[in-house]
Ligand binder design. Structure first.
Ligand SMILES: Nc1ncnc2c1ncn2[C@@H]1O[C@H](COP(=O)(O)OP(=O)(O)OP(=O)(O)O)[C@@H](O)[C@H]1O
Ligand SMILES: [Mg+2]
Length: 139
C-alpha cells in the first residue's frame, strides 16, 4: 500500500471516510520515515495529520490531501496540504482556541496540530472552503 512509495511526486489521497483517515496516517508515516524524521517527530506529524484529516472529513464534508517531501538545502521534511470545499472557518481565532468546538469534539485538534508541526498555514473562506498546509522538518 505504501510500499514502493514514489517520493519524487506528491502523494494524493481522498478523504471521504474513516478508512481514508487511516490511509492518510499511513502515508504520512511512510514519508516521514523516508525523510528520516525522528520517531518522536514522526508521531507528532502523524498526529497532526490525523486531526486535520478528521476535520476535513467532519467539517469540510470530505476533501483531499497531498503529501510531499520538501528540501531546503539543509534539511528534508514532509509537507502536507489538506483541501476541502466546505463552509470555511468563520472565526479563526475562535477555532484555534483550546476547547472551542462546533461538533461536540474536544476542540483541541487545530490548536494541537499547529503546536506539533514547524510550519502551519491556513486559508479559509465561505466561498472556497479550507486549505491547510503543514510542514515538519528533520533536525
Ligand atoms: N476544515 C474545516 N472546515 C470548517 N470548519 C472547521 C474545519 N476544521 C475545523 N473547523 C472548525 O473549527 C473548530 C475547531 O476544530 P478542532 O479540530 O480544534 O476541534 P474539534 O474538531 O471540534 O474537536 P477535536 O478535534 O478536539 O475532536 C471545529 O469545531 C469546527 O467548527
Ligand atoms: Mg478536530
Amino acid at each position: 500500500m505504501t510500499a514502493g512509495i514514489d517520493l519524487g511526486h506528491p502523494q494524493a489521497q481522498a478523504i471521504r471516510s474513516d478508512e481514508d483517515v487511516v490511509r492518510v496516517r499511513q502515508l504520512v508515516r511512510a514519508v516521514a520515515v523516508a525523510v528520516k524524521l525522528s520517531l518522536v517527530d514522526q508521531t507528532k506529524v502523524v498526529t497532526a495529520a490525523s486531526e486535520l484529516a478528521r476535520n476535513t472529513l467532519v467539517y469540510g464534508g470530505g476533501g483531499t490531501v497531498e503529501v510531499t517531501t520538501v528540501d531546503n538545502g539543509r534539511r528534508r521534511g514532509v509537507q502536507i496540504v489538506f483541501v476541502d470545499s466546505g463552509p470555511g472557518i468563520a472565526d479563526l481565532d475562535l477555532a484555534f482556541t483550546d476547547g472551542y468546538t462546533t461538533g461536540g469534539g474536544l476542540g483541541l485538534g487545530l490548536s494541537g496540530a499547529r503546536r506539533l508541526v514547524d510550519e502551519f498555514q491556513i486559508e479559509t473562506s465561505a466561498e472556497t472552503g479550507t486549505r491547510i498546509t503543514v510542514t515538519k522538518w528533520s533536525r
